[in-house]
Design a protein around this ligand. Structure first.
Ligand code: FMN
Length: 172
């Protein structure tokens, strides 16, 4: 099973990246940092079809499991991540073959905030987007970093999620 972490933080080497590294210590997983790509806002006339989005989404569509990692910014996913999801709309119009490749694939999402308390409804857009794309949503976890790295509780949450929800998919 080909897996990829898709990180959408304004800080490539910040807290969300600590969680990405924690996941990569547990399972083999490629890594895409959305911050390294030039992805413009959704445009009804597809004027930005020459930016990095279309090659990027084609690359991502080859993976069996997509793990979306986003910081919590103002109780929601980061702007970088939201812009990326908005652009998936391109796949419904000008890149339909790629859009169809998402069907049957797996999605999971992970948030990283400064507060332990998860934001109510945070993962609804991920879950519903997976459903819309015909993907299987395998779940989500909220993580947080209070100081400079994940504490024992967060590490346990991440490891349990991998053990219970991701590793069993290996032969799916
Ligand atoms: C613009 C902005 C908004 C934030 N809003 C929230 C929030 O609503 N809830 C929360 O728990 N933390 C919030 N934080 C803190 C970040 O979620 C937290 O520090 C996170 O771990 C940062 O991850 P990063 O280093 O990958 O950006 C916010 C931080 C920023 C920069």
């Amino acid at each position: 099973m080909k897996r990829v972490i898709i990180q959408g933080s304004s800080n490539s080497h910040g807290n969300t990246n600590h969680i990405a590294k924690l996941i990569q210590e547990e399972i083999k997983c490629d890594f895409i940092d959305l911050k390294n790509y030039n992805v413009g806002h959704f445009d009804y006339e597809f004027k930005n079809r020459q930016d990095d989005f279309l090659p990027l989404i084609k690359e991502i569509s080859d993976y069996d499991l997509m793990l979306f990692l986003t910081p919590v910014y103002w109780y929601a996913m980061s702007g970088i991540m939201k812009t990326f999801f908005d652009r998936i709309s391109d796949c419904l119009k000008i890149e339909k073959d790629t859009g169809r490749k998402f069907r049957g694939k797996y999605m999971a999402s992970v948030s990283c905030g400064s507060e332990k308390k998860a934001t109510e409804g945070f993962f609804i857009p991920f879950n519903l987007s997976a459903q819309y794309l015909g993907m299987k949503y395998i779940g989500d976890i909220h993580t947080w970093i209070e100081k400079d790295k994940p504490d024992k509780e967060v590490t346990h949450i991440v490891q349990s999620f991998i053990q219970e929800s991701i590793k069993p998919l290996r032969d799916a």
